[in-house]
Design a protein around this ligand. Structure first.
Ligand code: C5P
Length: 231
């Protein structure tokens, strides 16, 4: 797989028109896009369907969390559209219900471990048990994989450990918290460069603001690809 196929552009903008203009600007360059919660109330689902029809890969980042019956029916409804990836929270009962709802469809179920915007202090606030965030991420990922997830979402900081884990080593690992050279961190706390993430085993990189908030999304995207190819 070349670098182009490994970069997922997170369309975190405030309207579908803006998202469409970024997709158009990246036409022929990027082919994998993420639609998340920020666009869902503004026609994001319709945009995701439109992008699928146009032959693009779509990652629906809904981070679903609910009782099993609701998760199962939500996923059953979404997988008809053949989106490529869908996120659910990494709790094993949520993952199991999502996998049941997905049935024989091709959409991959990815489990969120710990958000890349969190650090240990945040986990304390959230009453998550003691331990390093890296260690807890691996445990959460392992449980999600054993519950049937096709892969996990994790920060660049946990990749090395995840790739050493018997249950996770062969699975899809999608990595947000990617910050190319010269980029600001924003609200992300567990970040890494695209090179570091790819070197340590990321299957895909999710990159949002460094591309979508750049003056020219294509120039920013190409600069990231150049940064990666120079490593
Ligand atoms: O702008 P930035 O590159 O930080 O965007 C990262 C994207 O990845 C956002 O859309 C965010 O919702 C998503 N994400 C994340 N951390 C996770 C899962 C998803 O940042 N653990």
């Amino acid at each position: 797989m070349n670098t182009k196929d490994k970069i997922i552009v997170a369309l975190d903008v405030d309207s579908c028109d803006k998202a469409r203009s970024i997709v158009k600007r990246l036409d022929g360059h990027a082919n994998f896009f993420k639609i998340g919660l920020g666009l869902i109330g503004k026609g994001g689902l319709e945009l995701a369907l439109e992008m699928k029809k146009n032959g693009l890969h779509v990652f629906l980042d809904l981070k679903l969390f609910d009782i099993s019956n609701t998760i199962e029916s939500a996923v059953r409804g979404l997988c008809e559209a053949k989106f490529d990836f869908l996120t659910v929270q990494g709790d094993p009962q949520v993952v199991k219900a999502a996998v049941k709802g997905r049935g024989a469809h091709s959409m991959k179920i990815l489990a969120v471990t710990f958000l890349t915007s969190l650090d240990r202090d945040d986990l304390d606030q959230n009453m998550i048990k003691p331990g390093t965030i890296e260690g807890l991420t691996v445990s959460r990922a392992e449980k999600a994989i054993l519950a049937g997830a096709d892969g996990v979402i994790a920060s660049p900081k946990e990749l090395t450990l995840l790739r050493k884990n018997l249950h996770c080593m062969e699975k899809i690992i999608v990595t947000p918290g990617i910050r190319p050279k010269k980029s600001v961190t924003n609200d992300q706390k567990r970040v890494g460069s695209p090179n570091e993430a790819l070197r340590n085993g990321a299957s895909y990189l999710v990159i949002g603001r460094p591309i979508c908030q750049a003056e020219d999304a294509l120039a920013a995207y190409e600069e990231i690809k150049t940064e990666v190819s120079r490593s």
